[in-house]
Design a protein around this ligand. Structure first.
Ligand SMILES: O=C[C@H](O)[C@H](O)COP(=O)(O)O
Ligand SMILES: C=C(OP(=O)(O)O)C(=O)O
Ligand SMILES: [Mn+2]
Length: 508
């Protein structure tokens, strides 16, 4: 089917991997009619703005941070959790901007990241075989609620709406202001030399913020709080875009709307006087990605993704052949639009060196414009001795630093990172304990203390800032030409356990 013949239902003639079978199809149809009638969550203007910002990432003029939960849950949709997540995304991007001196485009895995693809269809709980948990918009985590219920799609719409409303409220009320960044106390950092490095970086950053405020004061700006009519702070106009895996195509189709491209975009792209062309926008999120398990060239997901105007991500794992990757790009981006495709690579520490250089070369030769992003999480999952799914911090940063190095060796550039992290705290103010290691040196015995993820293990607040300091420091050294400090000789890298024997063994 040619691009012009595409409609939001086109995917229905193809096979959808990881599809969900509902016991009552009529009930599903009724819910989808309701979703179709509900207002969009995001607008074409916002989607176009993100496309533009991603085109800057592609030109090395910005860096992309894609991060958030593996699976959001309805129960975690609270003021505290949402603020903690947004706060972490803002802190992370501030640290990165400091080191790289580049604006950071922030895309949260938030306000709709519910559906999960799984390795097995069922699991054994006690002596029962039950359907696996597929995310809060499909079935319940409670073993007695595993039958897919279409009402959950509606509930997902409203939880996404509540989440997004709170994010918009936070960002337009000075939450991103530099006047109150979240406290980055370094008490959790065990190693003295690592703490010294962190202190040097955060001191430099806080001096820069003080200077910015002083300049603002001298210029007569920033004297008033936001509530008294002042600006929102240097980060006050912060954009935070939403994203999720476009897995449940019934829902994505229902949220796909036919709208004219906003005027300002047309004037850049078309002759004046031409009627505004209409495009299909997925209005459930600004950015959608297709997962590593659902990216078959002739499958339903790629058929759906090729027709939407949103910028899209494609997960690229070790099972992707180089020519398959290029054919995939031909399908989803035949016009070679800038900012349209982000390739999110997730090979695992033991496989990245075999696959990434081959993929980079194939894409370079094809002439396709892409943004390369490293997801150092999904190829590095393991089961701890206590049976909990976990990831070792050392393995995560090993894949990330290998990725940075390989891109630079191949004449390419890493444009961003994709992380599963959360800033959420329990009632006593402690972070989750899902990934091992990091500057807090989280041990296997501690994993069970506050393990809250319903799917994959996330970096907690402290471990996420470790990654932010590490990447920021890498770019800072690169900017200054301190090549001797790159890679393995970097104190941050060695202290944080990169390339350790235990980390490699864990990922084997
Ligand atoms: O988030 C990614 C996948 O849904 C997840 O890694 C699958 O986990 P599983 O192997 O436990 O099914
Ligand atoms: C399902 C995910 O990843 P992947 O498709 O890369 O396994 C994810 O990002 O949560
Ligand atoms: Mn995941």
């Amino acid at each position: 089917m040619e691009a012009g013949d595409w409609v939001p239902t086109s995917w229905r003639s193809k096979e959808a991997a990881q599809s969900v079978k509902y016991p009552d199809e009529a009930h599903l149809a009724k819910v989808l009619d309701k979703v179709k009638a509900l207002p969009p969550l995001v607008t074409p203007s916002e989607i176009e703005r993100l496309r533009h910002q991603l085109s800057l990432v592609q030109k090395n003029e910005a860096f992309l941070l894609h991060a958030g939960d593996c699976a959001e849950s309805f129960a975690a949709c609270t003021q505290e959790n949402i603020s903690a997540k947004v706060g972490l995304i803002l802190s992370f991007s501030l640290i990165l901007t400091w080191g790289a001196r580049l604006p950071v485009v922030r895309i949260g895995r938030i306000a709709g990241q519910y559906a999960k693809p799984r390795s097995s269809a069922t699991e054994k709980i006690g002596d029962r075989d039950v359907m696996i948990f597929r995310g809060d918009n499909v079935n319940g985590f409670n073993p007695d609620e595993r039958t897919p219920d279409p009402e959950r799609l509606l509930s997902a719409y409203f939880h996404s709406t509540a989440t997004l409303n709170h994010i918009r409220g936070l960002l337009t009320s000075g939450f991103a202001s530099l006047h109150h960044p979240r406290d980055w106390s370094l008490l959790h950092v065990r190693s003295p030399s690592l703490r010294d490095e962190y202190e040097a970086i955060s001191q430099g950053l806080s001096d820069a913020l003080d200077f910015t405020r002083t300049i603002g004061l001298a210029a007569g700006r920033e004297t008033q709080s936001y509530e008294r009519g002042g600006g929102r702070g240097v980060l006050g106009e912060a954009d935070l875009y939403t994203s999720h895996e476009g897995l449940l195509l019934d829902y994505e189709e229902a949220m796909t709307r036919f709208y004219p491209i906003p005027d300002s975009t047309i004037s850049r792209e078309l002759q004046v006087g031409t009627p505004a062309p209409k495009k299909y926008y997925n209005t459930s999120a600004h950015f959608l990605w297709v997962g590593d398990r659902t990216r078959q060239l002739d499958g339903a997901h790629i058929e759906y993704f090729r027709g939407i105007r949103n910028p899209i991500g494609i997960k690229v794992g070790p099972s992707m052949a180089a020519d398959e990757l290029v054919r995939l790009l031909d399908i989803v981006n035949p016009e070679h639009d800038n900012g349209r495709v982000t390739l999110i690579t997730r090979y695992g520490i033991n496989k990245i060196a075999t696959h990434l250089p081959v993929h980079i070369k194939a894409v370079q030769e094809s002439g396709h414009p892409v943004i390369w992003v490293c997801d150092p999480m999904h190829g590095n999952t393991l089961t701890s001795s206590t049976g909990l799914k976990t990831r070792h911090f050392g393995t995560i940063i090993s894949e990330l630093t290998s990725c940075l190095r390989i891109h630079s060796e191949c004449g390419s550039r890493l444009g961003g990172v994709s992380l599963e992290f959360t800033g959420e705290l329990n009632e006593e103010g402690y972070s989750v304990t899902e990934c091992l290691g990091g500057s807090m040196e989280l041990s296997e015995e501690q994993l069970g203390l506050r393990y809250q993820s319903f799917c994959d293990p996330r970096l907690n607040f402290e471990q996420s800032l470790d990654v932010a300091f590490l990447v920021s420091n890498y770019f800072n050294n690169q900017r200054r030409g301190n090549s001797h400090r790159k890679g393995n000789t970097d104190v941050l890298y060695s202290e944080l356990g990169g390339n350790t024997a235990s980390a490699s063994a864990a990922a084997a």
